[in-house]
Write a protein that binds this ligand. Structure first.
Ligand SMILES: [Zn+2]
Length: 307
């Protein structure tokens, strides 16, 4: 459900009036073009890609954080605040993902919608975060279908004229999400029991591990300043040793050094970099969310089976 109450985009803007309204109301839009489409800002690149699939060409969708950025403890710049002030709607993940966002929305006074609303959270089991929801709900394409539903509602309120298109786009994308979900579950199910451990740097794979029946093991629960303590690394080394885990992984937005210590101390290989908190640049391996899910699934299977 959208949490926004007063969207600034008038429901029935006459064509002649709209440019006047634009110059009057959103003069702080950074773009100098004549583009009159509403602007939707997301907190990170993964959400921007999902939102673009729902928006089609009717809305301008952009991400505040860039590809490759660390998103949990991001520090917004004055430029981000100026951009946000000119936006018509912001989308955030919620579930405590964006620690910087609540202060950010207070500063700019633009309506925002929490796209994970309605997702059943998985609680974090470890450390100081124990009992808090794991924020990485988008790592289950089934959950992203819920994100899409929330975006369809929010965009229809923002730009009612194109509500039918948002519903059609959303339904088509939800079908793709269901197909990739079925595919990844079927592929990961082929792994033998002894290869069903997913060992990563951040505990970002709880939802994917649940969907695919994998055991999730990680060095630290959520990216933060204090991470990879000697105790955390020792515990992962012990697990990998005892369970003869063939390969371990780390994510693209953090240093893989702590995981290299695990590799050095055990028989496990480094299985590769996984993408969670950010897409790659357009010419990289995961320019879209669907690419991200496919890439991670393939990387995990290849490394764990030695294929
Ligand atoms: Zn993360």
């Amino acid at each position: 459900m959208p949490k926004s109450s007063t969207l600034p985009w008038p429901a029935a803007v006459g064509l002649g009036l709209s440019s006047l309204l634009l110059t009057g109301c959103v003069s702080s839009v950074s773009s100098a073009s004549d583009d009159e489409r509403p602007v939707v800002l997301t907190t990170f690149t993964v959400l921007a890609d999902i939102a673009q699939n729902v928006a089609g060409h009717h809305l301008v969708v952009e991400s505040i954080t860039k590809a490759g950025a660390e998103i949990h403890g991001y520090e917004p710049t004055p430029g981000d605040i100026r951009r946000a002030a000119g936006a018509d709607l912001m989308l955030d993940n919620g579930l405590n993902l964006e620690l910087w966002f609540s202060q950010f929305v207070e500063t700019v006074d633009v309506p925002h919608v929490v796209v994970s609303d309605g997702v059943e959270p998985i609680d974090i089991a470890a450390d100081a975060y124990s009992g808090k929801p794991n924020p990485h709900a988008w790592m289950s394409p089934a959950n992203v279908q819920i994100y899409v539903g929330n975006m369809v509602d929010a965009f229809s309120e923002l730009d009612p004229e194109h509500a039918d298109d948002f519903a059609t786009n959303g339904a088509a994308y939800q079908q793709e999400l269901q197909a990739i979900q079925d595919e990844l579950v079927a592929e990961l199910e082929t792994l033998p029991d002894k290869e069903r451990a997913l060992v990563t740097c951040e505990g970002a794979f709880s939802y994917l591990a649940r969907d695919a029946g994998l055991t999730e093991v990680y060095i630290w629960p959520v990216n933060a300043e204090q991470q990879a303590t000697p105790q955390q690394i020792a515990a992962v080394i012990e697990y990998v040793d005892e369970n003869r885990v063939p390969a371990v992984f780390c994510e693209s937005t953090v240093s893989d050094k702590p995981m290299q210590q695990v590799v050095d101390a055990t028989d496990a290989d480094f299985g590769g970099m996984l993408y969670v908190d950010s897409l790659s640049e357009a010419d990289g391996p995961v320019p879209t969310y669907l690419d991200l899910i496919r890439y991670d699934t393939d990387t995990i299977i290849a490394a764990l089976t030695g294929r």
